[in-house]
Design a protein around this ligand. Structure first.
Ligand SMILES: NC(=O)c1ccc[n+]([C@@H]2O[C@H](COP(=O)([O-])OP(=O)(O)OC[C@H]3O[C@@H](n4cnc5c(N)ncnc54)[C@H](OP(=O)(O)O)[C@@H]3O)[C@@H](O)[C@H]2O)c1
Length: 308
């Protein structure tokens, strides 16, 4: 028995909250990442290993002597050769390495309703759930809707757009729903199911459900903005996102993400596991939300040593 766990991306988004909560509980933490942060307050307590899928032996070494692997690895927006299919193969290598290293349990971050869409993102997530189930490891599969809180992308970037453009186009009728989960509640849920023994599959969703319309207006009101909000056909919203994406040098929204958003699948059909309400969180974060654009390209492709 060891009390050391491995978290992928312990200095990235959700991984940083998972690592912090594990350390608070007295666990040891190692991380696999291509974005080490020597300046981070927890860096001295988190030995860092490269998230290099081409080196299985190094992955096994990094995982040897550890108990639970908290796997957050995934590729949100495919870029160049790094597709969702490649991310699936990379994750298989990681799970295989965990098995070889004698890891006891894996906590796999999936997505809410993984079989409800046929986009490559969802197909990849569903395929990986099967890989985890048949890995021979004890497992927990956690399915988030969408996360919010310090460092998030989607809600932050909607807020950023509302701050920076005079007219915001809501794709389609805006009646599709979302059930945001605060990232600390999400991390707490992962750590909780990580400490259990039984195999478990659970949604990670917050206490409030909003239509996309409601969400946009909530943000607009919280930031006290006068941005005009209109409804536009999805194809026009996509064109707008492409133009805005060029301006900020990022993939603001992919076509698949737009399809999944309007298909009403970013919500859970289980009792909510999160307690933090976006409506209560926003007023105290109104000055920082959307202040800086959160760039997928900068985070994952232009930083040091992204791997494929
Ligand atoms: N954020 C959400 O709203 C949301 C919603 C539903 C599901 N999820 C799922 O939750 C998990 C964690 O999401 P997150 O937002 O916390 O992710 P993240 O911190 O941005 O990334 C998680 C891990 O994946 C690696 N990674 C991400 N993109 C990569 C790329 N293009 N190339 C190479 N490595 C890449 C990161 O590497 P580094 O360590 O090098 O940074 C990190 O180790 C993912 O499985 C995601 O699908 C998230």
């Amino acid at each position: 028995m060891t009390n050391i766990d491995v978290v992928t991306g312990a200095f990235s988004y959700s991984g940083r909250f998972i690592a912090a909560q594990l350390l608070e509980r007295g666990r040891g933490v190692r991380t696999l990442t291509n974005h080490p942060r020597p300046d981070h307050s927890l860096a001295s307590r988190i030995p860092t290993y490269p998230l290099d899928f081409s080196d299985s032996a190094a992955l096994v070494t990094a995982l040897t002597g550890t108990d639970t692997l908290y796997n957050t690895y995934w590729v949100r927006a495919p870029h160049r050769g790094l597709t969702h299919g490649v991310a699936v193969e990379n994750t298989k290598r990681l799970i295989d390495a965990a098995g070889q290293a004698g890891v006891r349990r894996i906590v796999q971050t999936s997505i809410a309703n993984p079989t409800a869409s046929t986009t490559s993102y969802y197909r990849g997530k569903a395929a990986l759930e099967d890989v985890v189930r048949s890995s021979g490891l004890s497992y927990a599969i956690v399915r988030p809707t969408l996360l919010f809180g310090e460092g998030d992308v989607l809600i932050n970037n909607i807020a950023w757009l509302l701050r920076h453009i005079p007219v915001f186009g809501i794709p389609g009728n805006g009646r599709y729903r979302l059930q945001p989960m605060h990232v600390k509640d999400h991390a707490g849920l992962l750590v909780e199911v990580g400490s259990e023994l039984a195999d478990v599959v659970v949604d990670s969703a917050g206490p409030e459900i909003f239509t996309f319309d409601e969400l946009v207006h909530l943000l607009r009101r919280a930031m006290n903005l006068r941005t005009v909000v209109i409804h536009v056909p999805p194809v026009l919203a996509m064109a707008g996102a492409a133009v805005a994406g060029r301006i900020v040098g990022d993939m603001l929204l992919t076509r698949d993400e737009l399809d999944d958003l309007i298909h009403d699948i970013l919500l859970s059909h289980e009792p909510p596991r999160g307690t933090t309400r976006l409506t209560e969180w926003l007023p105290s974060h109104r000055d920082e939300v959307g202040l800086h654009y959160a760039s997928e390209m900068v985070r994952h492709y232009l930083g040091p040593r992204p791997t494929g």
